[in-house]
Design a protein around this ligand. Structure first.
Ligand code: G16
Length: 505
């Protein structure tokens, strides 16, 4: 691009999308995320950066996703997606932060400096795709053509081979979080035929607000069923989040108690089903599971001791899980909040394809099934709809309803809380966020508190998507988990500059 065209770009930035706030904004867990009114200049500048990144990648397509996912309507966010569908390469996060925070006057010189640093060939044609969720403050639409058709096609093929039996039923209720995932399911619902009968709720009508008292994050964190769903005892319900990249399941029993089947449950279900298929194929491949500190202790114990599957624990953020999962031939990764997918190495795919061609009859059958299962998987960073079809297939293949799925292990009661502090970056952590290194003395205090509880565990970490410190606690009873979480929240408030009301016990 000649310098004269770039000058127009900078003038446009100043005139149309000026930086009007001095608030420092950082590329966090999932890109930039804050109040929507602070983001206009950031989105524009990320457009610039996406063009530069595309050129560094020889003109391959870079994605700009405008979403604040699980956050409520007033927030928004923007993140960049690399050409293979993965999150922006980590070394570029600092560059994105730098570009987002310079003054309008310094935008030109900083952009030029970045172009030099990353050695971008500005003569190349760039390609950028833009997507968004359903927020009012999002600005541009794009449609993912062909992707869901592929996944639905694979699902229907696989289901024709699996008779419906046992406790499995084809009716699935879905809470769409008044976001984009439910809307998409409403479109593909008809093409699912008898294979899956979707009953959809929270599709954005009737004044339903995005993620408000509904959706995967609400269900997981509050441990409450969402509003807007007409529940029936024992009915399987899938709850998506606003931009359709998370999914958790739950059901109500006949006493109206809610039972949550979260990302840990989904991970264990998929890992054990894939292990079963791999052993039916006779394939010697290393399957592993990746979790974060939020994984329920009971799930980790079940995975390592019963399933005999190795577990890696990493920092919060899909990018960290994705990276660790690539270390296995088959890497299953899920955050407890329902974010995740399964990755298969090229070697694993070649071995399975070879068995499908040359194995014994039963091995060939299992390998063919597994190849279709792989086809149904979104191996980039996962999404709620692909995950939904993976879960439904695994349950159907095993003839399992929610009760048998729940019986695999018993979750330790847990509680998550948020604490507002002056500066959340006052909290630093290590050991995959399980240990707090500052402020001084906080970790010792947490350990003292945990010591008072049977099966107690707790950690704190600064959120990368909201201006809060997150607190997680688990213990042998719900009452104890709630109390431990509140005590740890008080410690954070007292020792890390809490603002507003001190958390109550
Ligand atoms: C994003 C990330 C997730 C992370 C979540 C919460 O989810 O993609 O990996 O678990 O934020 O992060 P934090 O606790 O740092 O605020 P989403 O669904 O909001 O994009």
């Amino acid at each position: 691009m000649p310098p004269s065209s770039l000058r127009v770009v900078y003038a446009f930035a100043r005139e149309m999308h000026p930086k009007t706030s001095e608030v420092f904004i950082q590329y966090g867990t999932a890109g930039f995320r804050t109040k929507a009114n602070l983001l206009e200049h950031v989105v524009y500048r990320m457009g610039l950066l996406a063009v530069i990144r595309s050129r560094v990648k020889n003109g391959r397509t870079i994605g700009i996703m405008i979403t604040a996912s699980h956050n409520l309507e007033p927030d928004n966010g923007v993140k960049l997606i690399d050409p293979d569908g993965e999150m922006l390469e980590q070394s570029w996060e600092e560059i994105a932060t730098r570009l987002a925070n310079v003054s309008d006057n310094d935008l030109e010189s900083t952009t030029e400096q970045i172009i030099k640093e990353v050695n971008a060939d500005m003569a190349l044609k760039a390609s950028v795709f833009i997507g968004m969720d359903t927020r009012n403050t999002s600005i541009i639409k794009c449609y993912i053509i062909g992707y869901y058709e592929k996944i639905v096609g694979a699902f229907k093929n696989i289901r024709q081979k699996l008779p419906v039996g046992g406790e499995y039923t084809t009716t699935l209720y879905v809470d769409g979080a008044n976001g984009v995932g439910g809307k998409k399911l409403n479109i593909i619902k008809k093409s699912l035929g008898d294979e899956l009968d979707l009953v959809l709720y929270n599709l954005g009508g009737n004044g339903g607000k995005l993620n408000l008292n509904c959706g995967a994050d609400y269900v997981k964190v509050s441990q409450q069923p969402p509003v807007g769903v007409e529940h029936k005892p024992w009915q399987r319900v899938a709850s998506l989040d606003g931009d359709g990249d998370r999914i958790v399941y739950y059901y109500l029993d006949d006493k109206n108690n809610m039972h949550l089947l979260d990302g840990d449950r989904i991970a264990t279900l998929l890992a054990s089903y894939i292990t079963q298929l791999l052993s039916a194929c006779g394939a010697q491949l290393r399957l592993g599971l990746v979790q974060t500190a939020y994984a329920n202790g009971a799930s980790t114990q079940y995975i390592t001791q019963q399933l005999k599957v190795p577990v890696t624990c990493v920092k919060t953020g899909v990018k960290h899980l994705h990276h660790a999962a690539q270390e296995y031939d088959v890497g299953v990764y899920f955050e407890a909040n329902g974010h995740g997918t399964v990755l298969y190495s090229a070697n694993a795919k070649t071995i399975i394809a070879k068995i499908a061609e040359e194995g014994e009859v039963e091995q060939r059958k299992a390998a063919a099934l597994l190849l279709q299962y792989i086809d149904m998987t979104n191996e980039t960073v996962g999404d709620a709809l692909s995950d939904l079809f993976l879960v439904e297939t695994a349950l159907c293949a095993r003839g399992q309803g929610v009760r048998q799925w729940m019986e695999a292990y018993t979750d330790l009661p847990c509680r998550q809380l948020k604490v507002t502090v002056q500066d959340r970056n006052a909290i630093s952590t290590t050991d995959a966020e399980r240990v707090c290194t500052s402020p001084e003395g906080l970790q010792t205090r947490i350990e003292e508190l945990v010591d008072g509880y049977s099966s107690g565990r707790a950690f704190v970490r600064p959120s990368g998507t909201e201006d809060v410190v997150r607190v997680y606690a688990e213990a042998d009873t719900q009452q104890s988990a709630d109390k431990l979480a509140a005590e740890v929240a008080q410690a954070v408030f007292d020792m890390a500059g809490g603002v507003g009301n001190r958390p109550v016990l």
